[in-house]
Design a protein around this ligand. Structure first.
Ligand code: ZN
Length: 433
């Protein structure tokens, strides 16, 4: 267990807000409130799309040439559907033309308050990007929107913990700050490798808990074993598909509304899953298309690093017709996560291995990756095992998922499977496409 602590920086960093507190309210309060209200709208906002295209064409080096090569101009677009005439933007292009995608309007302040990020590379192509500060703060708008949508009651009070972000990623920092745009409530990033993490979480008593399914599986185990009792109003899951069984467990054990949402590091939240299981597009945040089975996103938030018709690498189709939950607008159906994350069964059909997450999360290891290697053969790469690994239940579940007997070979890795700063690639298929 002590080894686990290598995963985190030792000290909790208390980010000072002080002067910036008022500054955040003044500079981003109005925009975040408008964004929160706009999220309730179902129609793709034409004016926002036109402004995004204009910003791309006028203020960047990349887009004028790309639009000209496709024979289009920003001024041509008079209906949202005409976006289909504009050129697609690949991850490789974002990587190669990174500097040319910045708006000429970006100033030193914008860089200081924004975020120069790199994606995890779970599609095999890590991408550098810039997220402006308004887009970062819009996450609070997203929480406020869900809070109201699911009738979660009064918002967190200033002396309460608003949001805890649970983390299991290696070499992660832990910190806390105040959220001026969420009534000044506390934000805390909590790592499961912290000493007494479960007790700390209980003492924080957060109103919102967010994390990926791996960290939420740890939460579920902690509650089930009696190590921790929490009653959040909202639990948010992202990064990869939240298994239905885990969502149900968390719902029953905490009484919280559990929401799976689709988000890109490059853009922020894009869609959220409703009670009927459909992903509803946040139309004020992004316009989503499906091109040859791939989710393509035009980000309406960030005009300082515009992403127009960005190929996400995620597989999905757009839904048709109204959803029984009552929400209008576009939905993403047949949404199965990233290409590299899917396994193929005996008949060659794609299946989602993240259903095995609850079993994998129970393994006494620091890191793991499950690889489908050949028909009937999978490998479990583990790092930092602190006990005997019984993979019988996992092999049984995998065999059922793939509809054929599949043996799992355990391979101990002396090196960390995930490099510092990366999100783990938990599943990988090495079968030929
Ligand atoms: Zn719905």
């Amino acid at each position: 267990m002590l080894d686990d602590r290598k995963n985190i920086s030792a000290e909790l960093y208390r980010c000072p807000v002080r002067k910036r507190y008022a500054w955040q309210l003044v500079r981003y309060g109005g925009a975040t409130r408008r964004f929160t209200r706009a999220l309730a709208g179902a129609a793709p906002p034409l004016a926002e799309l036109q402004a995004t295209l204009r910003a791309a064409e006028h203020d960047t080096v990349y887009y004028p040439g790309a639009f000209a090569a496709a024979g289009v101009q920003a001024a041509d677009l008079t209906r949202v559907g005409e976006l289909a005439y504009f050129p697609l933007l690949s991850r490789a292009t974002v990587q190669a033309r990174y500097c040319d995608l910045f708006s000429k309007r970006v100033r030193r302040d914008d860089v200081d308050e924004g975020w120069l990020g790199v994606t995890s590379g779970s599609t095999g192509e890590p991408v550098r990007f810039f997220m402006d500060a308004a887009s970062i703060h819009f996450f609070v708008g997203f929480i406020r929107y869900l809070w109201r949508l699911h009738a979660c009651g009064p918002l967190p009070l200033p002396w309460q913990t608003g949001i805890v972000l649970l983390c299991t990623l290696p070499r992660s920092s832990i910190y806390e700050t105040r959220l001026p745009l969420l009534r000044g409530a506390r934000f805390r990033k909590l790592h499961w490798a912290e000493p007494r993490a479960a007790r700390t979480l209980e003492a924080l008593a957060p109103r919102v808990i967010t994390g990926d399914p791996a960290s939420l599986a740890r939460l579920n185990d902690a509650i089930a074993s009696g190590a921790c009792a929490v009653r959040p109003r909202l639990i948010l899951s992202s990064a990869f598909a939240l298994p239905a069984a885990l969502a149900d467990d968390l719902r029953v054990r905490t009484g919280a509304v559990v929401v799976d949402y689709y988000s890109l590091a490059e853009t922020g939240p894009i869609a959220h899953r409703c009670t009927r299981g459909n992903f509803h597009v946040l139309s004020a945040a992004a316009i989503v298309e499906a091109v040859a089975g791939e989710v393509v996103v035009t980000n309406l938030r960030n005009r300082l690093f515009p992403l127009v018709r960005y190929r996400t690498g995620d597989l999905g189709a757009l839904g048709a017709g109204a959803c029984a939950c009552g929400l209008a607008g576009a939905t993403i159906d047949a949404f199965h996560g990233r290409r590299a994350e899917r396994f193929s069964d005996r008949r060659g059909a794609r299946v989602d291995p993240s259903q095995l997450q609850p079993l994998l999360s129970k393994l006494p290891v620091q890191q793991f990756r499950l690889e489908q290697r050949r028909r009937g053969e999978a490998a479990l790469l583990v790092h930092g095992a602190s006990g005997a690994l019984d993979t019988a239940a996992l092999a049984f579940a995998l065999s059922r998922l793939l509809d054929e007997a599949t043996a799992i070979a355990v391979e101990e890795q002396p090196q960390a499977i995930v490099r510092p700063g990366e999100k783990p690639i938990v599943y990988r298929s090495l079968l030929a496409e």
